[in-house]
Design a protein around this ligand. Structure first.
Ligand code: ADP
Ligand code: ZN
Length: 723
């Protein structure tokens, strides 16, 4: 008898095991989706493996085996490599296998109960010559016999009534085919690529000739020409008939790199990111699966594309936190890249001007190959000035714009050069406070102050989306006067307009980028010099390359240092160094002004001097003293529930159960912000052996499930930001 072991989709997510079903049809195979009975429901499942057993051994099985109702796919959805990757992910992230498979597939192919239709298109196909009546019909038939088939829409546009008649008489027929992505068929540009700089040449050579099994870290300062290195590597891979994956943190914020890849390789490129709709994603996925493209540029989820033979996997801005998925399975793209690199025996290249501490530490020790580019292509770094805001304000200067920054802006306006102003603020929103009693409107679901949006005069919670009318009177003291607090980008824009009425300003923040292509439009207008000044939040610090920008101003440069997170210095350094990297990239000399309250912190002084190594060494000392990664591993367990007492009780039970150990420390439980009406508590494990921590967490997970604890437990085996 034929038996299939099937993972099923079920609300009890901990249920990470296969169930057995019987089948007769031949086309049940590993990796296809099936419909199966489960309890009194019919659910979608995913065949993990099949086997043939003889009926006598079956009699020993006490339960009766049910039949598979329906097979949904003709061929496996996941190939061998992706299949084993799914299992590996499930193991390393402690996540249900079926959820890992779901994560890996574009939404239209996900194994889940509600099936989504895949779009079809009508084509007209040549059938036979018999049956036409006119000369014109004969001509059309001859053309179609040559073309073989044509999209119906285009066919009817071209041949109109003659065409219709030929279909009616059966010389041509209409067939439905799965809609395919139409690559733009743009011809790769013949634009001369540059003569490579010595450093670029060396980097390419080192990466190519280095130990195949070693990951390479390309540590290149901002403006050192890393993109060109990627393009050259891609060319090499394509010549060897291999594929290339280029990962970027966020497509909408890095339009220029996509443009450059497209210009160079035209229709060989597929683009994959969260901004695409389900159908578009599916089409791009099929392009890769059917060998129609050689290069994929994409964000995190592109790491799961069905490649056949990879030549390079490149992670640009490898330090970026968007590479880490923050819902289960909580994987890091870097780890998946390394897994796939080993499978395909291809080089993994991690690139950044500000590598994450973990990555640089590995390169420093020789675990990774370190490849450096220390010079800017244009030969000069911007001058960086630090403005100490405490002093400036004592002298009566404005708390948002110091005199130094004001005069620099004035100067650029005179010289018709462009500038970028960056408001460093995590929530980047404004808070309204009652002038009389200090009342602030909090979100009713989350412990977070609601932000005031001036354009629509509403209060919004950026965590859960709650929207409220602005109360006319303060609910606490009934006064009617609200003070507009915080360093909102809107406020900064108003201030600039007040000080420089003729300046043309573009603003980029959560409010101005709600439309799908808003980022692109804003960048385009800035590129075309329709504005003198681009102001915004962290969004505008990444990867942009505008040659006319000669001033970057950073307001509140030390805001991130005040957080309790152990990574706050690293995050601050990254932001400042990347923002500095936007200034003076062309032929004009650039300047950067950083305003901060504490200008003595090494994250700030090192960024101002472009001294990554010095920052790295000081930060490593701190991490060593405080036993933080990369010296130790952290593992996080977060419990949540609507009732605080339940979370607290269960969290302390876990702590007690864990007891005291030599090999690792237990921190917490500590309370986190309440989100969507749920109280959350975290327990952290900190130790030197990752596998041991993992085993401990697995135990806890099992215990939590088996003893039917009421709270929800979420584990993260590699938490990046702890807040
Ligand atoms: P990075 O990613 O390292 O910050 P980019 O790859 O964006 O730097 O390159 C910076 C600028 O230098 C870009 O405008 C790019 O077109 C230009 N560039 C890159 N390589 C060369 C080269 N070999 N010769 C001239 N210009 C170059
Ligand atoms: Zn909320």
């Amino acid at each position: 008898m034929k038996i299939a072991h099937v993972y099923i989709e079920h609300s009890i997510k901990q249920l990470d095991c296969t169930f057995t079903y019987r089948y007769q049809e031949e086309h049940v195979q590993k990796g296809v989706r099936v419909r199966v009975p489960f309890g009194n429901q019919v659910v979608t499942g995913f065949v993990d493996h099949i086997e043939e057993i003889d009926d006598t051994s079956l009699q020993e099985v006490s339960y009766d085996i049910k039949d598979i109702y329906e097979v949904l796919d003709e061929e496996p959805l996941l190939n061998e490599e992706l299949f084993s990757l799914g299992h590996w992910m499930s193991e390393t992230c402690i996540a249900p296998t079926i959820r890992c498979f779901q994560t890996m597939l574009p939404s239209k192919l996900k194994p889940r109960s509600k099936r989504k239709a895949i779009l079809q298109e009508a084509w007209v196909k040549f059938v036979k010559y018999e049956g036409y009546t006119t000369k014109r019909q004969q001509e059309v038939l001859e053309e179609m016999a040559q073309r073989k088939s044509m999209l119906r829409k285009e066919f009817l546009q071209e041949y109109k009534s003659v065409g219709k008649k030929l279909i009616a008489c059966g010389c041509l027929e209409v067939v439905m085919k799965e809609k395919e992505a139409h690559s733009s068929f743009s011809i790769p540009s013949t634009k001369e690529c540059f003569t490579l700089s010595d450093e670029q040449q060396q980097a390419i050579q080192q990466i190519q000739e280095g130990d195949k099994h070693k990951v390479s870290l390309l540590h290149g300062v901002t403006g050192s020409g890393k993109t060109e290195v990627f393009l050259q590597l891609a060319k090499i891979a394509i010549q060897q008939k291999k594929q290339v994956l280029l990962l970027v943190p966020e497509i909408s914020l890095t339009p220029q790199i996509v443009k450059r890849v497209k210009e160079r390789f035209g229709s060989l490129v597929a683009i994959y990111h969260s901004g695409l709709n389900d159908q578009e994603k599916y089409e791009q996925y099929q392009l890769v699966k059917h060998h129609k493209v050689s290069i994929v540029v994409g964000t995190r989820s592109a790491i799961f594309m069905p490649f056949h033979k990879l030549g390079f996997i490149i992670l640009d801005e490898e330090h970026d936190h968007s590479y880490k998925q923050d819902v289960s399975p909580r994987y890091h793209c870097r780890d998946i890249a390394i897994f796939r690199g080993e499978y395909h025996q291809c080089k993994v290249v991690l690139a950044s001007a500000t590598p994450s501490l973990e990555t640089y530490a590995r390169a420093y020790k020789g675990v990774y190959q370190l490849v450096c580019m220390k010079q800017r292509i244009n030969g000069h770094f911007p001058n960086v000035h630090l403005v100490e805001m405490k002093k400036a304000m004592k002298k009566g200067e404005h708390y948002l714009l110091s005199d130094r920054l004001l005069s620099a802006i004035y100067d650029r306006l005179q010289r018709r050069e462009q500038m970028i102003l960056l408001l460093n603020r995590r929530g980047y929103t404004s808070i309204l406070r009652c002038v009389e009693c200090g009342y602030v409107t909090m979100c009713p679901q989350c412990d977070i102050a609601m932000s005031y949006h001036k354009t629509d005069n509403l209060l919004k919670c950026h965590t859960c989306g709650e929207v409220k009318q602005l109360p006319a009177h303060c609910p606490s003291c009934t006064k009617k006067k609200w003070a507009y607090l915080g360093l909102g980008t809107q406020k900064l824009e108003e201030l600039i307009k007040e000080k420089f009425p003729t300046a043309r300003v573009l603003r980029m923040d959560a409010d101005t980028t709600t439309r799908k292509d808003a980022h692109e439009q804003i960048f385009k207008r800035f590129q075309q010099q329709e504005a003198d000044l681009l102001l915004g939040t962290q969004m505008i610090a990444k990867g942009l390359d505008f040659e006319k920008v000669t001033l970057v101003g950073i307001i509140n440069g030390d805001a991130l240092l005040n957080r309790s997170d152990y990574r706050c210095a690293e995050v601050t350094y990254d932001l400042l160094a990347q923002a500095c990297g936007r200034s003076g990239r062309g032929k004009y000399k650039g300047e950067v002004i950083i305003q901060a309250y504490d200008i003595s912190h090494y994250a700030i002084t090192c960024a101002a001097q472009h001294e990554y190594l010095s920052f790295f060494q000081q930060e490593m000392q701190y991490r060593h003293l405080a036993s933080y990664p990369p010296y130790t591993y952290l593992v996080s367990m977060v419990l949540s529930h609507k009732e605080e007492s339940i979370v607290v009780e269960e969290a302390f039970q876990i702590k007690e159960k864990l007891g005291i150990h030599k090999e690792y420390r237990i921190l917490g439980p500590s309370s986190l912000l309440r989100i969507k009406n749920e109280y959350r508590y975290r327990i952290l494990l900190k130790g030197k052996q990752h596998s041991l921590l993992k085993d401990v967490v697995k135990e806890v997970y099992k215990w939590h499930y088996e003893t039917k604890q009421k709270s929800r437990l979420e584990v993260d085996l590699q938490p990046i930001i702890l807040d």
